[in-house]
Design a protein. Structure first.
Length: 148
């Protein structure tokens, strides 16, 4: 089955993301990549042979588009190279996106070393498939069934 994978990088990490993708290009050959606007454009220019869909720029709703894909079971993994030293005007969107990835058990790597560990795992595709369609309502039944 084809995986849908999110790739996002803050401005100061976009080159690193592109270099990382170059290293692991073979692992992405059969996947569909969804990236926020500028990251998507950078990756499309460098990798015209990969299936890369550029969504809106992060601050204009791209992070939320990826979050919606997660909530609908349409994204199986995400690699998000964050810049911990630069304040982001859309920090609340970034936090919401990471929260949804955690809630829906979508494998997420927020730095290069973790991304290397995740993508080089020989069971990467099986792990992504195992959690496809994970329902947080079951995991958080106490919240779902609470009395208000």
């Amino acid at each position: 089955m084809t995986l849908s994978i999110g790739l996002v990088a803050h401005d100061r990490r976009k080159r690193e993301m592109a270099d990382w993708l170059e290293t692991h290009k073979a692992q992405f050959a059969g996947s569909r990549i969804f990236a926020t606007g500028t990251t998507g454009r950078v990756l499309q220019e460098r990798f015209p042979d990969l299936d890369i869909v550029a969504l809106k720029s992060g601050p204009f709703g791209g992070d939320q588009q990826l979050g919606s894909m997660i909530a609908h079971g349409e994204l199986q993994a995400m690699f998000f190279f964050t810049d911990p030293m630069t304040p982001q005007p859309h920090d609340v969107d970034v936090r919401a996106l990471i929260r949804l990835a955690n809630m829906y058990e979508v494998p997420i790597a927020c730095n290069r070393s973790t991304a290397d560990l995740l993508i080089s795992n020989p069971n990467f595709e099986e792990i992504c498939e195992q959690y496809r369609g994970h329902s947080p309502e079951q995991a958080f039944a106490d919240y779902t069934n609470r009395k208000v």
